[in-house]
Design a protein around this ligand. Sequence first.
Ligand code: GBH
Length: 471
Amino acid sequence: GTTHERAARLVFPNGFVWGAATAAYQIEGAATADGRGMSIWDTFAHTPGKVAGGDNGDIATDHYHRFRADVALMAELGLEAYRFSVSWPRVRPGGRGPVNEAGLDHYERLVDELLSHDITPVLTLYHWDLPQELEDGGGWAARDTASWFAEYAAVVAARLGDRIPLWTTLNEPWCSAFLGYSSGVHAPGRTDGGLALRAAHHLLLAHGLGTEVLRSALPATARISITLNLCAVTPGSAGEGAQDAVRRIDGLANRLFLDPLLRGHYPADVRQDTAALTDWGFLRPGDERTIAAPIDLLGINYYSPTVVDAGSEPEPEPSAWPGSEHVRFLSKPGPATAMGWTIDAGGLLAVLRRVHREYPSLPLMITENGAAFDDTPSPEGGIADPDRIAYLRDHLAVAHEAIESGVDLRGYFVWSLLDNFEWAYGYSKRFGIVHVDYPSQRRSPKDSARWYREVISTNGIDPRGGLPGEA
Ligand code: GBH
């Protein structure tokens, strides 16, 4: 071909769902409004040294008060679906005990506002904000937390069950367990590998128990899912050591979750790799059956690839990968986002193909994908973010390729609708397609938002184009 040849427009199947995602603690603010309880992220963010800049979610993007304007903005962007999370401590401040009707009222108003704008609500029950009182009772290391989660699921389902077509129990249980309990860079900030495995099991148990509850409480048409942050793990060299590193990290990141959820048992090699940290005594007869309760769809969050090799020196403690401290994480050459995460859409393709190959009948959804860049508002107020557009376009191109090759991919949610509280990075990292000026709380769609609106309205992408009229 010649340099002037245009690649064909990539059109997605009819019914492919276009959305954007957020999470309660990252956007809501209103930390003490209407009877909300404290979560582990309130505690963590208010502990000096845990979050960059000393930032916290007290105000965030003030979405709790501005949700009507935000929904109007979503409608302007043409979003077909909106993935949000419910704050457990808003709905049940102590995690157990009295239900806070005012908290449920908020989500009911939000959902009705979405529906009145023809935007499909996609609800996540748990995006990392565990009620602090449950943490005081052991958090995810305590088995009871799984049962309290199932009760909380029942409470939300009773109020909103008739209006939400797609439910997600947990967002990225790997992060809750291993960043929360092993590396400690997320709430509750504990650093014990054995405890993290215990937490992972109780999170999965919570998913299973919650799924049972939802299944009986929801209309038959409602679909139930879980969202995982799956890793595309590749070896950094040709040796056997690198192969073993791949096996270990694939085990902890992917198979530790996929196997019990979809095959009904934990991977034997991961149990072996972690035997020095825990006797797995938390695993009781029947648990694996509970965890394997059938789901209707798997949500996949993907940001960047993972390259590993064998290292002679253990990684500095505390690690997010207990039992694999000799694995070295390499950064792939090439461009990276403001997070330092390598940009490689090939990893998304690999993850989608792998899950489809292993679980061919399971519908998939990309529930998060996106990038932080150092956006600079122009004097006129606009934000040119060509890097973000290129990132989204390249990842959507492989999503399209995956569908062409037979992957049952049902939709795509960009992370994130708004710039927001980026966990341990606070407000220093901006993932939004809409810029937030925090002092004024003014929202300004970035160029990527305008580009995404065009993607949605045409149900496709120009694999080489930027904004309409450009490229
Ligand atoms: C998602 O987490 C979250 O669901 C969302 O709330 C968040 O804002 C968004 O992504 C952006 O961060 O260096 O060993 O930890 C993604 C979390 C990021 C976890 C990449 C794994 C790399 C491996 N993942 N991270 S490690």
